[in-house]
Design a protein around this ligand. Structure first.
Ligand code: CDP
Ligand code: MG
Length: 154
């Protein structure tokens, strides 16, 4: 099933100049970028996006990090994109994330873990609505599609 999910390149990705390499992984996988912008997360936006964590003891530290510099927000589309991208991203802590995942490859921190990816369909819809207006989303039919998966798979 074709899904859309929210991916954020957190401030450490931008500061470490890893944005291009991380985006390439999603393109290489055959997923579609359908929305993308560079922006700054405000404390208000951080509290909305991380609502499930806002009462936790470590939340103020997370808010400090996510608002500390520019991020890139993206919507990425593809077959089972939500689960596939979570698996490409890896476990929260870069020290636990499997080798070959984005966090496992580039990260060694629990907080500075480079990327956010929605954890399920409800979160994907909620988070897409927080970061993008409908006119900022540019879906398209990739001409490569017949070479990425069989017709009866998607
Ligand atoms: O991003 P993910 O869904 O893997 O992890 P989470 O448990 O939903 O936590 C959201 C984000 O909070 C993480 O990606 C970390 O950047 C940060 N975090 C933190 O700063 N301190 C913790 N003890 C746990 C998570
Ligand atoms: Mg999470």
């Amino acid at each position: 099933m074709t899904e859309r999910t929210l991916v954020l390149l957190k401030p450490d990705s931008i500061q470490r100049r890893l944005a291009g390499r991380i985006i390439s992984r999603f393109e290489d996988k055959g997923l579609n970028l359908v929305a993308m912008k560079m922006m700054r997360v405000t404390p208000e936006l951080a509290k909305r996006h991380y609502a499930e964590h806002a009462a936790k003891a470590w939340y103020p530290s997370l808010e400090g990090f996510i608002t500390s510099g520019p991020i890139v927000a993206m919507l990425i589309e593809g077959p089972e994109a939500i689960r596939v991208i979570r698996e490409m991203v890896g476990a929260t802590n870069g020290r636990d994330a499997a080798a070959g995942t984005i966090r496992g490859t580039f990260g060694s921190s629990r907080q500075l873990n480079l990327v956010h990816a929605s954890d399920g369909p409800v979160a994907a819809k909620r988070e897409a609505d927080i970061f993008f207006r409908p006119e900022e989303i540019n879906g398209f039919e990739p001409t490569l599609r017949p070479w990425v998966a069989a017709n009866d798979e998607v």
